[in-house]
Design a protein around this ligand. Structure first.
Ligand SMILES: [Zn+2]
Length: 287
């Protein structure tokens, strides 16, 4: 198995919304805000090459939305999903599986594109199976008023219409050791219903794709919970459970939304769980 971090570009989100009840006087020290109070956010995906399979975890924002939409989210940076795949010798048509942690637009937007004459929305990965789970899918296609702006039907329904959608099996466990994709999954319900956190054994280590359970390294202390989360108290207990396990077992936490840090570790201190170290992917895996 070989892993590749894939940069799908960066954008910006309101710093206040990203840090919930934490005051700006504190969060701006680690995450400086621009004139409109927005902070840097990454959209780092992960590519798993395993036997004949090429599995992409999440897809970024994509490029089909309106100029008005993009003006709210301020994309920036040098990389796109395509240039980042090409850097490792891959093309989007090589992807056999797209694993979607959840269906918020900054995770699934890149899964769907306009066709050549901009008349039909189609999967951007024509040879891939798209993976979600039944509970989350149902939650996303009948969105509550709070998450409606994050679950865009144009990102979701064309996946189903293409016939390329599959669900991982759910058996009520909070954590599965091995899924249909070959890696373990932690199911987190605080951010949204049944967000899937991939847990990957790689080169003798455990690498966890943290997605929105831990968006940036600044979110390690337990009360640092995004305002976007639908069940913040549940996020608190899920973070406590998972970060304790991560500290005890020296998990490498792969950061999807931290524009400036790829991997971090955490440890137990007298104040609680705190950030231990940050690394680039290359520093750990030499690739
Ligand atoms: Zn999300």
């Amino acid at each position: 198995m070989t892993l590749y971090p894939i940069e799908a570009g960066n954008f910006k989100l309101d710093g206040g919304a990203m840090f919930g009840v934490v005051p700006k006087a504190i969060w701006q020290r680690t995450n400086p805000a621009d004139a409109t109070n927005k902070i840097d956010i990454g959209m780092r995906c992960l590519l798993i090459e395993d036997g004949g399979r090429l599995i992409l975890i999440d897809t970024g924002l994509g490029n089909k939305q309106s100029d008005k939409f993009f003006s709210y989210y301020t994309p920036w940076g040098d990389y796109t999903l395509d240039t980042s795949l090409a850097k490792h010798g891959f093309h989007r048509d090589d992807i056999t599986d797209v694993f979607l942690t959840h269906l918020h637009f900054d995770h699934v937007g890149g899964a769907i594109q306009w066709n050549k004459d901009r008349t039909i929305l189609e999967p951007s990965f024509k040879n891939a199976t798209f993976w979600s789970n039944a509970n989350h899918w149902q939650w996303a296609v009948e969105p509550n008023a709070r998450e409606k702006a994050s679950f865009l039907s144009e990102n979701i329904l064309p996946i189903q219409e293409s016939g390329q959608l599959k669900f991982v099996g759910l058996n009520g466990e909070k954590k599965s050791k091995e899924s249909e994709l070959g890696f373990g999954i932690f199911y987190a319900d605080g951010h949204t219903e049944k967000q899937m956190i991939p847990i990957i054994k790689y080169k003798g280590k455990t690498l966890v794709f943290m997605a929105d359970l831990l968006p940036t390294v600044a979110h390690v202390p337990l009360p640092y919970v995004m305002s976007f989360d639908t069940r913040p108290l549940l996020t608190l207990s899920e973070k406590e459970l998972f970060l304790k396990e991560a500290a005890d077992n020296e998990y490498l936490l792969f950061m999807q939304h931290d524009a400036h840090h790829e991997i971090c570790t955490v440890h137990q201190t007298e104040k609680g769980i705190r950030l231990k170290e940050t690394f680039t992917f290359k520093e750990i895996f030499n690739s």
